[in-house]
Design a protein around this ligand. Sequence first.
Ligand SMILES: Cc1cc2nc3c(=O)[nH]c(=O)nc-3n(C[C@H](O)[C@H](O)[C@H](O)COP(=O)(O)O)c2cc1C
Length: 161
Amino acid sequence: MSQDSRAFRDALGHFATGVAVVTVRDPSGAPLGLTINSFASVSLNPPLVLWSLDRASDRFEAFMKAEYFGVNILGGESQALSHRLSRKGDSCLDGETLRRGPHGVPMLECAIAHFECRVEQRHDGGDHVIFVGRVLDCGHSGHGAPLVYYRGRYRALGEAD
Ligand SMILES: Cc1cc2nc3c(=O)[nH]c(=O)nc-3n(C[C@H](O)[C@H](O)[C@H](O)COP(=O)(O)O)c2cc1C
């Protein structure tokens, strides 16, 4: 990695984010997950969200072919799951408790909030593809602290003074 690229990544790392797992059913019907922190809200009316996918991801084809995806916001207890789903080739959700969303997307039972989306647009985003999704169903558990990612490490949320 060049020095400029390192500086860019380090600077981005100062933006504290939550952590989510995007879920999808691959063309064979198997549920897959990918850890992301590029999730953001876009529009309230219509309800739109976005996230970006690395073109080099081994899950790229599955997400490019899918009409629907899920965004599962992780709580503090889901650090191990987040870590596993950020490893190359480790996208399997077989060991997780899943429920089927109203539109057939595999959703994580452990999520503190969820959004089930239909792909509205895919945009070129350099070495990533930006997915804009229309939220068809959403909800939250009403409890549970979020998992936080900051400067390359998992953190817990603290109260501001
Ligand atoms: C906290 C965190 C956030 C991440 N955010 C994204 C993201 O927004 N988009 C993305 O494509 N990859 C993101 N990744 C990387 C993927 O999770 C990881 O590269 C991928 O799962 C590795 O396998 P693959 O490259 O074969 O898909 C993130 C990883 C971590 C740990």
